[in-house]
Design a protein around this ligand. Structure first.
Ligand SMILES: CC(C)(CO)[C@@H](O)C(=O)[O-]
Length: 466
């Protein structure tokens, strides 16, 4: 009813703003439509007006997504349009100051800087900018911390549809939320981050038919942030990227979509060392990554050491003790898990290969997995240690916390992982609070922002109260 207090011109303006937002929103949701460039993005015109290039949006610009964006933009003469969506306006502005560019440094090589990327910022953006922020998203790469992934996708969900692809690149498996328990054993195979997103944003209700296709990337390249440039990363160790579909049991893979993604990443395939894998292979790779993260991250964070120290645990007896207890417990949990969930032995599989598959998470094999990653990233500060040092929330719930819940599900001992979770949390994490969404969620929210802006202008026009 407050609307009634607006002048006629404001009401007209408001109607126009809403009409424009709604029209753009509807149009941009048409299949295959290129985002509309209304001249309101912060993009240099050179990158925003190209018509034929595929569009990639990145939310959460960390070291991994910097590597991905850089590889996509520098590996082809006709690269995709890469847009970075910022939820933090300070970062959005400092990206503009940095020229909308990402720099990658490699040992024995000159630093390589991308052309300008497109940038979108939400919080505090002017109504004009907001109009540019609701264009359809074709391929979304979610590079936020695990605990932020749900709110990040939520904030952009109205720009996604059934023809979009969402690629998660987080560490960790997610939390085994009650939804998993009630939907059957098979779902424990799925990454929890995906489950959270699916459950909260698409499962049931009106959004079901708009569910995009989900993919996961497991990235093992050694990367760390350039100390002097927030939009630079050091590519310290060449690892691998596995890309695969996240599918529920019985859900067929959409091979056309996978091929489309492969085509998008093809020019960057060799620099990323990218391999496209099946759903089952992806799940195994995810567990391998989980193992590396469950040993390296908390121990480096607790004992404040670089990743390479994991190779010499004898130097810190307390760490050595924790490490060997973690290995035992994780091996028991994952061996049980894999025994229950592995597909039955196929006809073309030898007994030896099948036994090898079942013993994938023996303590001996776990050590191999962890040491390989520690060697490759020896000079790195793990992401958990970096979080702790910066006073940020860690991803411990999604890594060792996940293992605790998995162990509990199978009534296996989880005391060591529980202790490690407590230790990381109590020693370093700031008190945990609910994540507050900061981004407009749908056009109505944008209208609310426009409304606020117009009210402000109206007030200014009227001048101070006498
Ligand atoms: C593999 C890893 C531990 C390397 O530093 C990385 O995933 C991290 O830091 O979280």
């Amino acid at each position: 009813m407050k609307l009634l207090s607006f002048t006629q011109s404001t009401r007209t303006q408001l109607r126009r703003s809403y009409g424009q937002i709604k029209r753009n929103y509807d149009r941009s949701r048409c299949r295959g439509q290129r985002p509309l460039s209304s001249g309101m993005s912060t993009t240099p015109t050179s990158t925003s007006t190209t018509t034929e290039r595929p569009e990639v949006h990145i939310i959460g610009l960390g070291n991994v997504t910097k590597l991905i964006a850089h590889s996509l933009m520098t590996s082809s003469p006709n690269p995709p349009n890469v847009t970075v969506v910022f939820r933090d306006m300070d970062r959005f502005q400092s990206f503009a100051k940095a020229g909308h560019k990402i720099t990658l440094s490699r040992k024995n090589d000159v630093d390589s800087t991308t052309e300008e990327l497109v940038a979108e910022g939400f919080k505090g953006a002017s109504p004009d900018k907001l109009k540019a922020n609701h264009i359809r998203v074709q391929t979304l790469i979610v590079g936020t911390k695990a605990y932020d992934a749900l709110s990040a996708v939520r904030d952009i969900v109205f720009r996604l549809d059934a023809e979009s692809e969402v690629i998660f690149v987080q560490n960790g498996m997610g939390r085994l939320i009650p939804f998993v328990e009630s939907s059957g054993a098979c779902l424990t195979w799925l990454p929890g981050i995906y489950e959270e997103v699916r459950k909260h944003l698409f499962y049931g209700g009106k959004a079901e038919h708009r569910t995009p296709k989900f993919y996961q990337m497991i990235v093992s390249h050694g990367l760390y942030a350039t100390p002097t440039n927030p939009f630079g990363s050091v590519h310290a160790g060449r690892g691998k990227v596995y890309l695969g579909p996240v599918l529920e049991d019985g859900q067929p893979e959409d091979t056309v979509r996978t091929k489309r993604l492969l085509k998008l990443f093809l020019p960057a395939k060799s620099v990323l060392n990218l391999e496209v894998v099946s759903r089952d292979q992806l799940l195994l790779r995810q567990l391998d990554k989980l193992v590396a993260n469950a040993i390296i991250n908390p121990l480096t964070a607790i004992f404040a050491v670089k990743n390479g120290e994991i190779l010499h645990p004898e130097k810190i007896p307390e760490m050595e003790k924790d490490m060997s207890m973690l290995y035992e417990e994780i091996s028991a949990i994952l061996s049980f898990h894999i025994g229950l969930n592995m597909p039955p032995k196929s006809n073309d599989m030898t007994d030896a290969a099948y036994t090898q598959q079942l013993s994938r998470y023996s303590v001996k094999n776990l050590k191999k997995i962890v040491n390989r990653v520690a060697e490759m990233t020896a000079e790195n500060t793990s992401s958990m240690l970096a979080d702790v040092q910066a006073g940020r929330k860690t991803e411990i719930d999604y890594i060792n916390g996940y293992l605790v819940q998995l162990g509990k599900k199978y009534t296996l001992p989880t005391a060591t992982n529980e202790r490690i979770v407590r230790r990381v949390k109590s020693k370093f994490s700031p008190p945990e609070t609910e994540d507050t969404p900061i981004i407009p969620r749908d056009p109505r929210y944008q209208v609310a922002m426009v409304l606020k802006e117009l009210r402000k202008k109206e007030k200014e026009k009227k001048g101070p109260k006498k």
